[in-house]
Design a protein around this ligand. Sequence first.
Ligand code: IPT
Length: 269
Amino acid sequence: TTLGLVTTSLALHAPSQVAAAVKRYANAAEYQVLIAMIDENVNQSLQDCINELKSQRVDKVIINVPLESHDAEQIVQENDDILCLFLDVDPYSAVFNVSFNPADGTRASVKYLYEQGHREFALLAGPEQSVSANLRLKSWLDTLESYRLKPVSISHGNWDAQSGYNGVLQLLREAPGFSALLVGNDQMALGVLSALHQRGVAVPGQISVIGYDDTYESAFFHPALTTVSLDLDLQGKEAVARLLLASEQDEQRSSSILPAKLVVRSSTG
Ligand code: IPT
């Protein structure tokens, strides 16, 4: 008995951590996991990956690929011979999913920095094509607005450290006056810390930085990263448990929204 995992690039830390958890919990339930990894061009190659898994007689699949709700719904409609559970969709979409609350951790980040006295915020979001990157960005903006604040500038990266490095240099060129920087994930925050160090900008003395994910490495960045913690191991565990339960009893197909919590370390003050 086998289940499938279609995942976005495993070169990224969060999806690789989720894949490790899926494999571990599936194996514990005596399931094998077949992994198909896709990269760009989401819709077409996602269907290719699903077909590849179907040809190996997989009938349940976890999909960790960023998808707009209507694209996820279309995948479900066009694949009624395979049970799909999604990990990177809007939690309130109609499809079967296990995802993270996009608002609680983002709100806590802004609130924390505000209470530390920060008023000049810059935002370095994830890619514009990513649903979760956009939900995080929207929640930062909504929370800032509730304090009657607007960010001094906004930029986007592509989730990797290089894009964080480039992104913060761009933000500094556009609007050098910010004291707080919210970053869409920890890998981009790693690039940010490196660029700021090279420019002689003190963290958190001159700029406070908050990441997102809390992957295993983030506590070892320098300075140790304040970030929004996603329990990616729990996401993998819940996904396997709910998928296996639903494949036995159809009425058990219930989605779940997991919390995201701010973890304060040394990159903020
Ligand atoms: C999301 C991560 O937060 C981000 O760092 C990046 O790795 C992205 O995945 C890749 O798609 S987590 C996802 C379950 C919303």
